[in-house]
Design a protein around this ligand. Structure first.
Ligand code: ACO
Length: 379
């Protein structure tokens, strides 16, 4: 008899990791031994990327070397670039995340990504770095093609986050926006054994290639219960419209059994620390959207506590992530792809860690259908 586990594998520990963890009751998460929020406040995206992939925060020389290495592999290979217009057309309705999934799969084939267990750890790490550097190029090119615009080639002289905004708009971003997006990206690189990370590790445990692991992770991220909510949280703000409607709107939705987007979390039983950071970032910009978002957050927390007592529902990362991305001029269709730009670094760190273990992840399910064997009816 196999041991039973809770629905949704809630709280089940399935592996050891050195990459980080989430402490839901404390409202704390960390990348390796450092507070992720502190890293996002004080470091660069490249620093945290180096930490996740190589285990240490870089000193000045290592930072310069790593930054140059990542910038050198940003451009899409010609075969991939040539296919992107067709990918953008075919995924126009599904959006840039579906386009990314398709383009990354192609890029993996073009790069000749081999099964993980056939590669040396050094080669796996090089492939992972290249994939992380390429993702912003692919999502921005797909977005622009979808708008009838030409893709903008990456610039090696800009940091990762600033280059991302540059490729999106064709203009060098102002430093405040570049820093805000960099902080968002750093804060969402990794977050315990979330669904997309788990998916990536399950695929990695089979020894499949890096592109297979990453495209599976993107598929998991695309669901609204995981990464697909930040634009919906903003849609909620728009649907409410004015401060006098906040209470009635929220109550009606919760009483109708609907979920408020940007609230609730599988692990956090208190405020999501990423949300606290992004609220600070949003407040740095100020303005009516930020004031309104803060007012909705306060009322939603109170109404959820009253109408869903004991569920401990609080704001999650997606609520203020949407506000920050809106303030930085990102189109809403790019919110979840921007999440992928960050999370690909965490997924690939997890894939590298998983690939060092050769045990396939293969759980079991309890069969609850009609007792077998039932004779097969004659055809
Ligand atoms: N609004 C209203 N009620 C909610 C919400 C919400 N956002 N979230 C959970 N609940 C309620 C459920 O209806 C349920 O109520 P019940 O006990 O009366 O049936 C109870 O709280 C527990 O809900 P579960 O679905 O069991 O919680 P779970 O931990 O499985 O779900 C999740 C977590 C998926 C994030 C959920 O809170 C949700 O759907 N939130 C809205 C979508 C969202 O913001 N997603 C982004 C998550 S952050 C991220 O992935 C990066």
């Amino acid at each position: 008899m196999s041991p039973d586990v809770p629905r949704g594998l809630a709280g089940v520990v399935v592996t050891d990791t050195e990459l980080g963890d989430v402490r839901g009751r404390e409202g704390f998460y960390h990348y390796r031994q450092y507070s992720a929020v502190e890293l996002a406040r004080t470091r660069t995206f490249e620093d945290v990327w180096h930490l996740m992939h190589h285990g240490t925060l870089p000193d000045a020389a290592a930072r310069a070397e790593f930054t140059a290495r990542t910038a050198a592999v940003r451009a899409a290979p010609p075969e991939v670039l040539a296919a992107l217009p067709a990918v953008a057309r075919a995924t126009a309705a599904a959006g840039p995340l579906a386009g990314l999934r398709t383009a990354l799969s192609l890029a993996g084939a073009v790069a000749g990504f081999a099964p993980l267990y056939d590669l040396t750890p050094e080669r796996r790490a090089d492939d992972a770095l290249a994939a992380c550097a390429l993702v912003p190029t692919l999502v921005t090119a797909l977005h622009r093609l979808g708008q009838g615009l030409e893709p903008v080639a990456p610039r090696a002289d800009l940091p990762h986050a600033a280059n991302y905004l540059y490729m999106l708009t064709g203009e060098e971003p102002d430093p405040a926006r570049a820093r805000a997006i960099e902080q968002y990206l750093m804060s969402t690189i990794d977050h315990g054994f979330n669904s997309s990370t788990f998916t990536a590790r399950v695929i990695a445990s089979t020894g499949a290639d890096l592109a297979a692991c990453l495209t599976g992770a993107i598929g998991a991220l695309s669901g609204p219960l995981h990464g697909g909510a930040p634009s919906r949280a903003l849609d909620t703000l728009e649907a409410i419209g004015t401060p006098d409607r906040i209470d009635a709107w929220l109550r009606e939705r919760v009483l109708a059994g609907e979920r408020l987007m940007g609230f609730g979390h599988r692990v956090y039983r208190t405020e999501d620390p990423r949300s606290r950071l992004l609220k600070e970032v949003a407040r740095g910009f100020g303005g009516p959207l930020v004031d309104f978002a803060v007012a909705v957050e306060e009322r939603a927390e109170a109404i959820l506590a009253e109408l869903k007592p004991g569920r401990e529902l609080h704001i999650n990362v997606e609520f203020f992530a949407g506000v920050v991305m809106e303030l930085c001029g990102l189109p809403r269709t790019m919110f979840t792809p921007t999440f992928a730009v960050a999370r690909v670094v965490g997924w690939s760190a997890n894939i590298l860690e998983q690939a060092a273990d050769s045990k396939i992840i293969r759980p079991a399910a309890r069969y609850v259908g009609p007792p077998p064997p039932v004779p097969v009816p004659a055809a």
